[in-house]
Design a protein around this ligand. Sequence first.
Ligand code: HSE
Length: 398
Amino acid sequence: MKVAIMGYGTIGSGVAKVLDVNRDVIADHLGDTLDLKYILDLRDFPDDPHKDLFVKDYMDIVNDSEVQIVVETMGGVNPAYEFVKAMLLAGKSVTTSNKALVADKGVELTKIAAEHNCNFVFEAAVGGGIPIIRTINACLTADIIEEVSAICNGTTNYMLTKMEKNGSDYADVLKEAQDLGYAEKDPTADVEGFDSCRKIAILTSLITGHQVKFEKIPTQGISKISAVDFKYAKAMNRSIKLLARAVKTGDTYTCRVAPFMLPEDHTLFHVSGVMNAVYIRGNMLGDSMYYGAGAGSLPTASAVAADMVFLARNTNRVVPVKWDEQELAIGDNMAETYRFFVRTGASQSEIEEVFGNVEYANLDLDDETGFVTEMISESSFEQLSKSLGEIKSYIRLA
Ligand code: HSE
């Protein structure tokens, strides 16, 4: 079976490697080989072993009826959207690792694929190598999912782990993550939580079958987390993790991306470094967790290549996916309840006057006090914080 790759960066070149190195095992599973016929990239790779396969015009792939499966690993919404759409309209199945594309255009591309007797799949778009999309689509279909809580950004998890273990400052670990190639030169999408936001939007869409607009998910990243926050966390036997959550509330879901303080017995407490994990609670299943390499060339490419096998097995057959264009009215975020850890310059009597019963987590710092509120709603917290004034920072407790 002839296949093509669009985008020969970290992931795309990883896919070519997986197809080469694991050619036999893939052929064993499939009963056929996956033969790379084209690689689309504007750059030249004169020393690459696949140098003869490169093309610069995506229409070369569209117009070749021999190619049945196309990989999109270009990243970003444009021009990936145009290219992928053209492949699907030509009846070629597509797999992508591109969460920005899936969160924005996934429902439309899934529909176009079904209308053209092919499939659009995206296992690698969430959790890298962790098989979470097919798990939701195929294995968790008999449950009402009550909660998804995910550490689904390797860069920020690496940074938070370093801050925790070494007492380092945010700016230092960001530089280190950039030097190691985890964080991009412009790290905004990772550190401000936008990448996690798109991933939880995709997971919530698949769980509910409706379109979840990522723009409507309240999203806070880790850029304001400091070494002092970790000192407080340590004093409270807690860790700080960037969580992307979807929690069933009534007949919808409330979604949020934010740093949370986790107790030691929390399922996600020990997920460290670049690793990802997705915790899912089903009403029949109970607790389950999916853990693994959430980023990186070969883990992500492994998921893409497995998608290719899936697509090859389902040639000329549309595999149903529960995802329609009706927008999910996500739950009222201001009604969510949490205990909040707060750092303030206010005095203890001022704190208690406003927040009533609190638990102190004092580090004996001259200019501030740390405390944890009782369980209160987001809207109460917002009002009470305004009354107190001097809030330096806050983190929700999980
Ligand atoms: N920037 C992402 C991360 C890549 O760090 O997790 C994988 O989606």
